[in-house]
Ligand binder design. Structure first.
Ligand code: CA
Length: 226
């Protein structure tokens, strides 16, 4: 499942450079052009990581970071600081940032820092096999089995099924599934979720097993036993 990264940067050229690179790596990206928008977004739907430029037009990055930490936000914060501004780096770490990167930087360096920060904060149970009824999913190998039967899943099918397995018996709305798996708006006419649910049902029920992914009409889907 794609990790969500909030990019707080007012310079459009840099923001788009960063977000293009992150999306290519499979991250979901949101951009906030100023501190106030950043706080709204971070509190509204906490991201997995924040990339935070120090120099912002309204509330500066240090202040944004202090606000986040004061409110108990625990996601890692990677601060972007101006070249050679050593006081900025110290201040950033003091404000609760986890790491900093000096501008200008190469995308590879940014990606390496992000991977390290996300590894550090990944919940330890992230790789424990998931079990529901006779269905088992192994996040470490991305393999699924139902009873004794191995099930071959595509990458997206796996992602959708893992989302259900991590939220058993909870109704997942179409919006939640879009946001978590696709990360952008397909518009009301898209039937991509229906298509994936159909694929998954076909594979999960290929041995005549009972249905596990049920439709909640007008709302979404739920993983449950009948
Ligand atoms: Ca800036």
């Amino acid at each position: 499942m794609a990790e969500r990264i909030l990019v707080v940067e007012d310079e459009a050229r840099i923001a788009s450079f960063i977000s293009r690179g992150l999306r290519l790596e499979g991250y979901q990206v949101e951009v906030a052009p100023d501190g106030e928008t950043a706080l709204d977004k971070a509190f509204g739907n906490p991201p997995d990581l924040v990339i935070l430029d120090v120099m912002l037009p309204d509330i500066d990055g240090l202040e944004v970071c202090r606000h986040l930490r004061a409110a108990g936000a625990e996601e890692p914060v990677l601060m972007l600081t101006a070249k050679d501004a050593i006081p900025d780096r110290v201040a950033g770490l003091d404000a609760g940032a986890d790491d900093y990167l000096v501008k200008p930087f190469a995308l590879d360096e940014l990606l390496a820092r992000i991977r390290a920060l996300l590894r550090r904060t990944a919940p330890p149970e992230a790789n424990v096999p998931l079990q529901f009824a006779d269905l088992e999913l192994d996040p470490a190998t991305r393999q699924a089995r139902r009873g004794e039967r191995n099930i071959e899943l595509t990458a997206k099918e796996y992602d959708v099924l893992e989302l259900f397995m991590r939220h058993p018996r909870q109704v997942l709305t179409r919006d939640i599934i879009y946001d978590r798996i696709w990360g952008y708006d397909f518009g009301g006419e898209s039937n991509i979720i229906e298509v994936y649910v159909r694929y998954l049902r076909a594979k999960l029920e290929a041995g005549g097993e009972p249905r596990l992914i049920h439709t909640v009409r007008g709302v979404g889907y739920v993983l449950r036993e009948e």
